[in-house]
Design a protein around this ligand. Sequence first.
Ligand code: IPE
Ligand code: IPE
Ligand code: MG
Length: 237
Amino acid sequence: MAVYDNEKSPARGRVPAHVGIIMDGNGRWAKSRFMPRSYGHLKGMERMIGLLEHAFDVGVRVVTVYALSTENLSRPKDEVDALFGLFRKYFGEYARKIIERESRLCILGDMSALPADIRGMAEKVEAESARFTGRRVNIALNYGARDEIVRAVNLAVSRGERVTKESFASLLYTGGQPDPDLIIRTGKERRLSNFLLYQAAYSELYFSDKMFPAFSDRDFDAALKDYAARDRRFGKV
Ligand code: IPE
Ligand code: IPE
Ligand code: MG
């Protein structure tokens, strides 16, 4: 992975290299407009595309988007189907934009539980973008941190290995990637909901009351500004 260069960004040097986004509130946003939840997911997806562009423009290098948790698969079938429809659209159309911006796309999560065509599309984009070393978009899809940790433990056990903090981290879906500097959650809740539990050990957390489809570029800038003013001590004085 290329060395981070935040020189050109407005908040020079204080821009988080890696931002995690828990995009929550799509359903409530739609409900408040008397629209179906699936409309909220569509608008959330569109907002996410715009936000990724903006995040790269201001100097963020890695964005990890929580798109579907392992628990979300237990939602009513029509909602899960609507989400699958959006992922098809995403990998079919929008993922092109990511490649045009010379960024790498990675999927974090258990893809085996997803429909084969979505898996195939995602793997294709992953392979096509694997040559880009600068910017990166991680999409957490059927992702759960507890799943991820248990999977890593089982991998180590099957290899008969004792792990270190470093070797264990390399067995996670995020293996080889930097930990998130900042995690933003929209949608008013103050919790991580099984997102990056191991990697978030020293991440700064930022909670927004805005529902994700309404979370603007300016709202993102406000999160970055808040982050820039924080004193990250990592347990030191
Ligand atoms: C987040 O929005 C997107 C997914 C979980 C897929 P929600 O669907 O959780 O929206 P709310 O929280 O019900 O408003
Ligand atoms: C977290 O949101 C998962 C995603 C944003 C994909 P949820 O809406 O599933 O989380 P809870 O149920 O409020 O904890
Ligand atoms: Mg929610």
